[in-house]
Design a protein around this ligand. Structure first.
Ligand code: GSH
Length: 281
């Protein structure tokens, strides 16, 4: 991998890398924040998966996460949201399909399947690379994300029991098979049979008996995408109740969908992950 940027921040380093991805079959970019503690010893890692229209850049400039990561001694890995490049299929007139909208699934249908394998990228290829090349503790990972990335974080944890010490999400798309955003992407990437979509939907995975794991979610009550029915935390909450999965769902009065909302609560999410990551196992 090639480092293309290195910025001093809170006595640690905000870095950006590009690398050839065998999984996505293209060059990928990601950012990582290494806290000051990483200069003395390897540290645990929190992955942050971003939402529609984002690159690795949005969270690192808007969430204010690095100050907390520096205090807590956590590395933050911030992947891109899709494969990129001229040879990668896209829907240029759509913000919610194609590049910037990988939806953290492995596409099964062309033209998408050639590159859109973000589930394997964020859960397999990227952690292997990060843990080989950077001062992080192998296997000691937690995951969070926003909106489409909150959906990505939830399915990553639910489909890979034991891979993450903890999972949280900001305004996640909880039940994409029932949301406009999810249906649009799933039909394109996975095919016309909605039954095949359920394997990539947190609420459906829980209904189908996913291994119990505590879930921690913050959701603003004034989020326009909540009000339009894209997010459906109530469906996830109901599934968790039926299956005995511990869910902390905090409905935060008056907050919207933006990074102002994320910036308000990111410190609490990182502290939650730090507790799980430093607990004796
Ligand atoms: N209104 C947005 C919809 C997409 C959106 O709100 N994206 C969220 C994630 S779902 C985001 O984080 N956008 C980038 C940012 O706020 O920096 C648009 O049309 O571009």
């Amino acid at each position: 991998m090639e480092r293309i940027e290195r910025i001093r921040e809170f006595d640690g380093w905000l870095e950006r890398y590009t690398h050839d991805s065998a999984v996505c079959n293209c060059r990928m970019t990601f950012s990582v924040y290494l806290p000051p503690q990483a200069e003395a010893a390897a540290v645990p890692t929190v992955y942050f998966l971003s939402g529609l229209t984002c690159t690795d850049d949005n969270v690192r400039v808007k969430a204010g996460a690095q100050r907390y990561a520096a205090e807590l001694g956590l590395a933050l890995v911030m992947p891109d949201t899709s494969p990129r490049g001229e040879q990668v299929a896209d829907a240029p007139d759509r913000y919610d399909l194609g590049q910037g909208a990988g939806f953290y699934v492995n596409a099964a249908r062309e033209p998408w399947a050639a590159h859109y394998r973000m589930f394997d990228y964020v859960n397999l290829e990227l952690p292997a690379l990060v843990e080989r090349e950077l001062p992080v503790i192998p296997g000691r990972r937690s995951i969070t994300g926003h909106s489409m990335g909150g959906h990505g974080a939830l399915i990553s944890a639910l489909k890979n029991p034991g891979l993450y010490r903890s999972v949280s999400a900001f305004a996640p798309i909880c039940n994409p098979v029932e949301s406009g955003w999810g249906r649009g992407c799933f039909a394109a990437y996975l095919g016309d049979d909605p039954a095949s979509w359920k394997d990539w939907d947190a609420t459906e995975l829980i209904r189908a008996g996913a291994e119990p794991m505590p879930l921690f979610i913050d959701q603003g009550t004034d989020d326009e995408f909540l009000l339009e029915g894209h997010l459906r935390p109530e469906a996830l909450s109901q599934a968790c109740k039926e299956r005995g999965i511990p869910l902390i769902l905090r409905m935060q009065p008056d907050y919207d969908h933006s990074y102002h909302f994320i910036a308000t609560f990111i410190g609490e999410h990182l502290a939650y992950h730090a507790r799980a990551l430093t607990a004796r196992s």
